[in-house]
Write a protein that binds this ligand. Sequence first.
Ligand code: FAD
Ligand code: GLY
Length: 375
Amino acid sequence: MEAHYDALVIGGGVIGASTAYQLSKMGYKVAILEKNQIGCEASGAAAGILGAQAEIDEEGPLLELAIRSRALFPNLVAELKEKTNIDVELIQKGLLKVATTEAEANVLQDKAERHRRWDSDVRWLSPDAASEAEPLLTPDTYGAISIPKDGQLMPAKLTHALAHGALYHQAAIYENCHVHHFIYDNKKVVGVRTSAGNFYSDQVMVSAGAWTKELVAAIHPKHLFPIKGECISLTTNQPSIQKTIFLDEGFYIVPKAGGRVVIGATKRAHDYTKHVSAEAIEFLISKAISLVPSLANASFEKAWAGLRPQTVDGWPYLGQHPELDNVYLACGHYRNGILLSAITGKIMAEQMMGEHPKHSFFTAFRLQREMEGTY
Ligand code: FAD
Ligand code: GLY
């Protein structure tokens, strides 16, 4: 087959779906090309924490991107619900970043102070105050940072809602469509060759997660790689925690609707497999019970793994390809692709259609930082 579009989006994860949604909403004829199914990789495996302040402590462009993205969710999810009838189950009951040792408490108190400089809702809670805020939390903590604005949602539902939102605005979605390489006319990319035929367009965005470097030679192969994460879920018909529980090391317990809790996650760099090890399950369950003892009575539901797309400096690559004018990149969102999807989709769509980024800090994420040897 052969088809022509205003824009092609390679990869149907949350980043591709969000950009396709925004482009199609702007009136452009868009196609998402996905080698398997929408949301089948990292975006379907995530816990769904919108952890702008839990995950990012340093002030700078990444925190700014995260804070701005988090703020977009209430309107975005309402808009998607109206257009697609998919409820992504946004929960805004806050997050507790818990200290399990005195040393951690010292570190977290400093972090709380830093966040308080610009967000007065952030508070340091004594161990008693942490127990009061979340009565099912073990009383044996050394305190916690309360971050009321960090919420959470169901990431697979978000990805599908964005893809369906794009369909609502007349986009096309091709699943089981593996993009093999760009098609060039002289030195200009004019389309892509795929397992389902050739697709042509003046604008191509690559958002293929941990696999983006297979299509984009400008990304150094060592500079984008997977960090596998394993998760489990438990269910309980007893009262459950209300807030997301988060540790500085990256461990978390996320309360979902209907008495489900998602517990994650391990970090295994350069591992492309998706099996879940017994060791990971043991680690996640025992850590969760040590923090929320009542989970010992919960039922095991399932375990899964996904591949976080990580860059060598931990920041995503966002923007125009350094040598190919009409090719754009949005990849490498590592632990925060769900959180960052809302703003990434908006800014990428605007850039692809010729608007200058409204936020000057956005240039910090361009791939050229790699080529210029910024790190
Ligand atoms: P992906 O979701 O991996 O999508 C890329 C897509 O591209 C895939 O569907 C793939 O099949 C497709 N593709 C690849 N190559 C090709 C090709 N050649 N042709 C066509 N299609 C192709 N983030 C948060 O914000 N909050 C969280 O709580 C959170 N928890 C996480 C927990 C775990 C266990 C994991 C693994 C990740 C978590 N993340 C979280 C991170 C988040 O999931 C990712 O950053 C995000 O999903 C990346 O989205 P993406 O669209 O770039 O990549
Ligand atoms: N942000 C949670 C994770 O990546 O596991």
